[in-house]
Design a protein around this ligand. Structure first.
Ligand SMILES: C[S@@+](CC[C@H](N)C(=O)[O-])C[C@H]1O[C@@H](n2cnc3c(N)ncnc32)[C@H](O)[C@@H]1O
Length: 388
């Protein structure tokens, strides 16, 4: 199987913007009734931990430093609270969906009022982060960042080489040396592995579905490898495979070096050992109580969806003393939600040098010989891996 050079077949940015603009903001009550209530909370937990750990790393290097953040594709401001908890000083949010940007600005202003102005300063920009140069849009012409975050959105830029180039330019151009570029995005190896296991051109379950329009399961273009992603009640739009070795290569041109890449499963296992992250897991209701708490129905009606939780609980019960009064209860995700969560990976790049970016974009794809992903999930581990 090979990745072939490609430049993307069409412009889907507007389709994506329209989709997110139309998306209603759901209230807490509505969210808690959603089939993916715990999945959404789990994804939020991943982001919270990633953000908190990265801010810790920045502060360990220089405790007194003020912290400026760029949130690329910031959406409706779902991470505003995380930035507040992280006690950052400045935030710039940019997103293509004008309605979302407006909603996030309102949310920020309400928050600022409640806090008597004692929260970070913020700026909100409507922009296509894959086509517009953000440096030209910041209020502060000398703007620099310590952290750039791109959550659940980076994949949109792999529509074409020039879009990926601009996204990385935006991510790195104002990032200071020693700063980090962090994000979450689908793992193309995992998507292709699941696609190949399926009999047709799509796969999924009751909470998510991914369908490819191309018939060929062996060759994918480096850019513009499109699939439709459907997540129950939240997302239904075109996305693009991010071939990670290509991302690393492009990032290197902008002075960004991969520090770490984890699958969500690895990230969870690693961070759940951390006391604060464990506490946060329960505060954020990121896992479903099993067995369910009196009177509440389990999220999934499929008994098999809790097979592993059941086995784990039985093993605990056997080793647990019999005289306790409260029933043993653990946290889990239904299998369908876990399968949707484990499509994703977490990445952390560090800006290691200020480079003059190659502003004339010679498609690196032209220079990349076929570089097959192994078809194995989570196999790249730590550090960088060349794509050719
Ligand atoms: C799944 S949402 C994630 C939002 C936010 N980062 C979060 O984690 O809550 C994807 C976001 O990417 C934005 N987006 C998609 N393509 C974009 C582009 N080309 N430029 C800027 N934003 C884009 C969408 O408008 C949407 O708000």
């Amino acid at each position: 199987m090979a990745y072939a050079p490609g430049s993307g077949s069409g412009d889907h940015s507007q389709t994506v913007a329209n989709h997110y603009n139309k998306l209603e903001e759901s209230g807490l009550e509505q969210r808690s009734r959603s089939r993916i209530f715990y999945l959404r909370n789990f994804n939020n937990w991943i982001k919270s931990v990633l953000i908190a750990r990265t801010l810790e790393k920045l502060r360990a290097k220089d405790p007194k430093r003020t912290i400026s953040v760029l949130d690329l594709c910031s959406g409706k401001g779902g991470d505003l609270l995380k930035w507040k908890k992280g006690k950052i000083d400045n935030l710039v949010c940019a997103d293509i969906a004008a309605t979302s940007v407006e909603q996030s600005e309102i949310r920020y202003n309400e928050n600022r009022q409640r806090e008597g102005n004692r929260i970070f300063d913020a700026e909100f920009i409507v922009a296509d982060c894959t086509k517009d140069r953000l440096k030209d849009k910041y209020k502060n012409t000398d703007q620099t960042f310590d952290l750039v975050s791109c959550q659940f959105s980076f994949h949109y830029c792999f529509e074409s080489y020039s879009q990926a180039f601009m996204m990385l330019r935006n991510a790195s151009e104002c990032l200071r040396v020693g700063g980090y570029f962090i994000g979450t995005t689908p793992d193309s190896n995992e998507l292709i592995r699941r696609l190949r296991k399926s009999s047709g051109n799509s796969f999924g379950n009751e909470v998510y579905n991914i369908s490819f329009s191309q018939e060929d399961k062996t060759n994918f273009p480096l850019f513009g490898a499109m699939y439709n992603f459907h997540l129950e009640g939240v997302v239904d739009c075109p996305e693009f495979l991010v071939y990670f070795p290509m991302l690393e290569r492009l990032a290197a041109q902008f002075g960004l070096k991969l520090v770490k890449k984890w699958s969500f499963a690895e990230f969870f296992k690693h961070n759940v050992r951390h006391k604060e992250s464990l506490t946060l897991l329960s505060t954020m209701q990121a896992l479903e109580p099993f067995p369910s708490i009196g009177g509440t129905e389990p999220m999934s009606t499929e008994k098999d969806d809790y097979k592993y939780a059941h086995q784990f609980l039985s093993s605990l019960t056997e080793s647990h003393s019999q005289d306790h009064r409260r029933p043993l209860r653990i946290g889990t995700l239904s299998q369908a939600e876990w399968d949707a969560a484990t499509i994703y990976l977490v990445f952390v790049f560090e800006k290691v040098e200020d480079v003059s970016p190659p502003f004339v974009a010679t498609p690196a794809s032209q220079r990349l010989t076929s570089a097959p992903p192994s078809g194995n999930s989570n196999n790249d581990g730590e550090g960088s891996k060349s794509g050719s």
